[in-house]
Unconditional design. Structure first.
Lengths: 179, 363
């Protein structure tokens, strides 16, 4: 043991350095704590929160009942009961739409799978409940989440819009929009 | 009213006042420790109950009071109930000989009392050492009576640790006792009056400044052994939560648990008081006399003395928290080797050196 090492040992040199470190943290007090219920952290832009069903700007549901979200979901969260729109045999909608959010892992595959962008991920995450059954959501609840999280809605595409007119070959007898 | 009953009443009033001061200190320390530990670790500590969490001790007390009192199956019920009481009581009665303020007398209803010390007995240091040893029995009994292997291991560790380190506490105090020539804490403190160079940590003679009788090694040994004796980090082997759940009070809940915790804080306060009184001059200010005397308010000098004593005690309490925030826990063999092979020789050498210097330079 060298002389300097001996001096360092009997003067508690290493311990004093450690105590200086803790004291400097107390003097330069910058807590990393976020007082969660009182102040909330800023979420990233691509945050994937609670799922929601969306509407067009005229209030009609976007969902066409195609079941692709149900097929895409890895956790079998979604159950869709599809039905024809009464009086319009070529159009379908989801008669019933259930999500079991206790199983959801928020991967976002259902949102990617939706062909009409009827599903969205909101920035809500405070969904703690005392009763697990409250997380079994039906269509009305999912639409309500979408209504409060996405107040600006997409305009409904006209069936005769150039982008979708291709699918409407059977509707030539209907009056076409000009342009 | 006879004189005896009057004396009893006055003494009970003194004990009540001192007990409430100690309990308030304990409650403050539970809050202060979590707060300071949080600040040192870039956290905030308790913030929810009251402004800046100031009412957290009250909330903790109410919670612990209403918690279920669980006695484990197979526990020795009498010993299980006795252990927390024993620990709490002996941690409290040690304060009886601590002088909180100057050695003045007060005439009240025709009898003379010392307002700042409950019992000025002439074996004060011996009394404190004896009481601190009984405190170890509470811990050992609590560990044994719980009928749990973790508690038993914690109790056994506490036994071995307290015995090894109490030896060092006692030996570290001997130098101070030789310098003061008395065992009474009041007279030891009075021997250090007149400036910080008369404190025993510096060790100047009553007529000189040069630290010929310095007790700084004894002071360091005493502080380290005091940390070990109060089972604080880095010597908290008896309650090592990562190894032994909570050590000797694993099975305790509710008010019994609160007894153990407040006894720990009261013990911290007690060793801080002893360190302040024996090494840092107790109630004496680091300059000769007091400021109140200089400006002509001799009646209020005791306020300044009490403030100095409280400042020293709280410095030691802060030091305990500071050490806790810095150091990790020692391994058990390191703890034992440190106690017997490092602390003990230093304490013995300090006694010898102090004797030699006292022989050649008597006070």
């Amino acid at each position: 043991m060298t002389f300097t090492a001996w001096i360092k040992t009997i003067t508690f040199y290493e311990i004093l350095i450690g105590m200086k470190a803790t004291m400097s943290h107390m003097v330069h007090y910058r807590p990393v704590t976020e007082q969660y219920p009182h102040e909330k952290r800023t979420l990233p832009d691509n945050y994937r929160g609670m799922l929601a069903l969306l509407r067009y700007d005229d209030g009609t549901e976007k969902c066409v009942g195609c079941d692709l979200c149900e097929a895409a979901c890895p956790s079998r969260v979604i159950r869709v009961v599809s039905a024809e729109v009464p009086g319009e045999p070529t159009k379908r909608y989801s008669k019933e739409y259930y999500m079991d959010m206790t199983r959801c892992l928020f991967c976002g595959l259902c949102v990617d799978a939706c062909p009409v962008d009827a599903l969205g991920m909101t920035r809500e995450f405070e969904w703690s409940v005392y009763d697990k059954r409250q997380l079994h959501l039906n269509k009305e609840q999912l639409l309500a989440i979408g209504d409060r999280s996405f107040p600006v809605r997409e305009k409904q595409l006209e069936l005769q819009h150039p982008n979708v007119a291709f699918f409407n070959v059977a509707f030539k007898h209907l009056p076409q929009k000009p342009g | 009213m006879t004189e005896l009953s009057l004396r009893l009443a006055v003494t009970f009033a003194q004990i009540l006042a001192e007990m409430s001061i100690v309990m308030i200190t304990v409650a403050t320390m539970t809050y202060f420790e979590r707060k300071v530990l949080g600040w040192m670790q870039d956290r905030m500590g308790p913030m929810e109950v009251g402004p800046y969490g100031l009412l957290q001790p009250v909330a903790d007390g109410i919670k612990l009071f209403f918690k279920e009192d669980i006695v484990p199956a197979g526990a020795n019920k009498a010993m299980f109930a006795l252990a927390p009481m024993l620990t709490m009581v002996v941690s409290m009665i040690g304060f009886a000989v601590i002088p909180f303020g100057p050695n003045m007398t007060l005439d009240i209803f025709g009898i003379t009392i010392k307002p700042f010390v409950v019992a000025d007995i002439n074996i004060g240091v011996l009394y404190i050492l004896a009481i601190a040893s009984i405190g170890a029995y509470g811990i050992i009994l609590g560990g044994w009576a719980s009928n749990s292997k973790y508690s038993l291991l914690g109790g056994l560790r506490a036994a071995a640790q307290v015995i090894s380190y109490e030896l060092n506490v006692g030996l570290a105090l001997i130098g101070v006792l030789m310098l003061a020539g008395t065992l009474s804490l009041v007279q030891i403190t009075e021997a250090q009056a007149g400036g910080f160079w008369h404190w025993f940590i510096w060790g100047g003679r009553p007529d000189g400044f040069f630290p010929i009788h310095t007790q700084i090694f004894a002071f360091v040994v005493f502080i380290i052994s005091a940390v070990a004796e109060t089972n604080r980090i880095p010597f908290d082997l008896p309650e090592a939560e990562s190894e032994l759940v909570a050590g000797f009070f694993t099975e305790y809940s509710g008010m019994r648990f609160a007894f153990f915790v407040s006894a720990e804080y009261a013990n911290m306060t007690l060793v801080s008081c002893v360190a302040a009184a024996l090494f840092l001059g107790g109630w004496n200010a680091p300059y000769p006399g007091t400021i109140f005397e200089y400006i002509g308010l001799e009646q209020l000098a005791w306020v300044e003395h009490i403030v100095w004593f409280a400042a020293k005690v709280y410095f030691f309490l802060f030091l305990f928290i500071w050490i806790r925030a810095t150091l990790p826990r020692l391994r058990y063999d390191q703890l034992m080797r440190f106690g017997w092979k490092v602390m003990l020789p230093i304490a013995l050498a300090n006694i010898i050196i102090t004797s030699i210097t006292l022989y050649f330079f008597p006070r």
